[in-house]
Ligand binder design. Structure first.
Ligand code: FMN
Length: 251
């Protein structure tokens, strides 16, 4: 028994500034292999991962995301929910599997599998001393990303991941999380709203202080203000349409 993984995970923070050194291809392969050993729903393995080191493609993806670290990193991965090969099995075996990849359940299964692979990769990369940040910003324009990467039907780009050596002046420290007792319920869900309000207020203070310390007082917003601002802004509303176009949630 060791606390090695626990301690590694407790140090996680997203890295958005990298040294300009490429990650060797051999290392990338190891990361992907570690990712693939994640559990996978019914052995379906509903994913493909696109490794990107072509500066032109990185630049095009940066236009979608608006984030400089899509270009400035040691390697870029795009995680694709992928039923394309299952569709091939469907055609070749002359069966009708369509409900499995066109249903809401198919979407959940596919997206969960992708997230598990990605997180295995993130943890393995951090263990090797690299930093990483997920890039949901690639969903700003799903159609463009599909076009840039040549994604066929029954696939969907869920997010990217920028990886690399953390820059020397990268001073990320772990960002506070909701206290365990706020999110961990024993035996039954605790839906007491009053208790929840007090918990949110307490966490608001923690987060406000975290930002104040990190930015020398420039930022001091609370968690609930951040959540209210983000979740009330209407973003990426075309996702259902894009999913439908890619063959998802059709039945
Ligand atoms: C699926 C997913 C998508 C994300 N997309 C972005 C992104 O587009 N840009 C970014 O800077 N951070 C992105 N993040 C990173 C989160 O902002 C970050 O994980 C969160 O604020 C917690 O901070 P930490 O990772 O440093 O602990 C994403 C995280 C996840 C899990």
């Amino acid at each position: 028994m060791t606390d090695y993984v626990y301690n590694l995970l407790k140090q996680h923070h997203s890295v958005r500034k990298f040294n300009p050194n490429d990650i060797p291809e051999e290392t990338i392969k190891e990361l992907i292999e570690a990712g693939q050993n994640a559990s996978t729903s019914s052995y379906l393995q509903t994913y493909s991962i696109i490794g990107i080191n072509d500066p032109t493609i990185k630049e095009q993806l940066k236009e979608v995301s608006g984030q400089p670290y899509v270009v400035e990193n040691g390697y870029l991965l795009v995680f694709v929910m992928d039923y394309y090969r299952h569709a091939t099995i469907n055609d070749d075996k002359k069966v009708d599997m369509s409900v499995s990849f066109e249903s809401a359940e198919g979407l959940l299964v596919g997206a969960i599998d992708v997230a598990l692979v990605a997180q295995n990769i993130a943890v393995t990369a951090e263990d090797k001393g690299y930093g990483m940040v997920y890039l949901g910003s690639l969903r700003n324009d799903v159609a463009r990303v599909k076009d840039i990467l040549g994604l066929p039907e029954h696939t969907f780009p869920l997010f990217g991941m920028a990886l690399g050596e953390p820059a020397d002046d990268e001073n990320g420290e772990p960002k506070p999380r909701l206290p365990l007792e706020h999110i961990f319920h024993q035996n039954k869900y605790n839906s007491d709203k009053e208790r929840q309000r007090q918990e949110i207020e307490a966490f608001d203070q923690t987060v406000s202080e975290y930002y104040r310390n990190r930015t020398n007082g420039e930022r001091s917003e609370t968690w609930s203000d951040q959540i209210a601002g983000f979740m009330s802004s209407k973003q990426r509303l075309e996702m259902l349409e894009q999913l439908n176009k890619s063959g998802f949630i059709k039945q």
